[in-house]
Design a protein around this ligand. Sequence first.
Ligand SMILES: Cc1ncc(COP(=O)(O)O)c(C=O)c1O
Length: 436
Amino acid sequence: MTHTTTTLAEARARDAADPLRGFRNRFALPRDARGEPLTYLCGHSLGLLPLAARTLVNEELEEWSRFAVLGHEQARRAWIPYHENLTAGLATLTGAEASEVVAMNSLTVNLHLMLASFYRPHGKRTRILIEAGAFSSDRHAVTSQIAWHGLDPERTLIELAPEPGEDLVSEEAIEAHLTRHGEEIALVLWPGVQFRTGQAFDLARIARATHARGCIAGFDLAHSIGNMPLELHALDADFAVWCSYKYLNGGPGAIGGCFVHRRHSEAQPRGRHGGGLPGVRLAGWWGHEEATRFRMEPQFEAAAGAASWQVSNPPILAAAPLIASLDIFTQAGMSALRAKSVALTDFTEQLIRPLAPRVNVLTPAASAQRGCQLSLRLAAGAADGRRVFNALTGRGVICDWRSPDIIRVAPVPLYNTFEDASRFAQVLTEILQAAA
Ligand SMILES: Cc1ncc(COP(=O)(O)O)c(C=O)c1O
């Protein structure tokens, strides 16, 4: 037997033994123009359509046609409290209390709303710490917030870079920076999983170090939610934001979400790490106490919990698919998904390891330091990487390219198989052999 057939046989055996294998059938698997199935490894960018989402969206269209405005109260899932359909699932995935999470807006908007409340520069404490190479939108949000406060982003934003020649930033480096400069820092915004490298961070450790220096700890979970187990309440995050179109399979432009720790929404006095929410939020009518919202009184009466950060009424059609997806997560269970994710990602990496040093995996090898994304770099440089990426696409392997030189692939445990991983490795190997 050749190496290839051995690998394929092993992949199929592992798929047959996978307790989660049935979940793949609950998603629409994309096909090419000739109707051939694609090998989809791009759930880190856009998750697949849960088939049940069609029913849910169609139901909302039906309700709209049948009830029109009366649907706000009479639809089978009434539209006024519609976001509450998402609360339990989001709380489970983020390790939060139900009152600490809310589905609303999209990620960057939520980040701005959180920064409006949590970034309150005063005295010497004005700076924001992010990672160098942060997602562009996060950087735009923090620099514009700094400027909004009349400060100079050039002097106020700190971008912590990896050591020269390295791709990853260690938690030690974050701690060391906070130890040296913490008294100037108002807020730390850190990703759960770095979008370019796939590095997963120990958020509890970052929150501890951040709070020890009296700073606010905020997290961008775009690449973490539905990918990594999260314990936001226990680790004492101040706030977190995420989108739902990646691992959460909420669909393009799906409703995002945010977490606000209970101690802030309850406006408790600043606790042991000195400083609570200073009492400001950018308010709108949907953050008003629901029981009295429609009295339309001029004074704002905040709803309980994170829900009080809502501004507008929820986008029903952008939220309906997420109900279907969160239902699947509840049935699969995050611990089973994580166990498969670790096995599937390790398997994928083992298959491409023989391609080193031509192909290098940037993502840390340790499971605790990664989710299901693997970031690859071609030793011959960006042009070679781009050519290989294009060839993968041409052969029906859907992954993505992140400037300047990275191919990202993610075998997602909900719908990818060990056979998908084997096909990816096989196609990549053939592309490299053809070019040798
Ligand atoms: C890490 C990160 N931050 C922010 C965003 C922007 O999200 P949105 O367009 O929902 O604001 C993304 C989108 O992919 C992202 O990956």
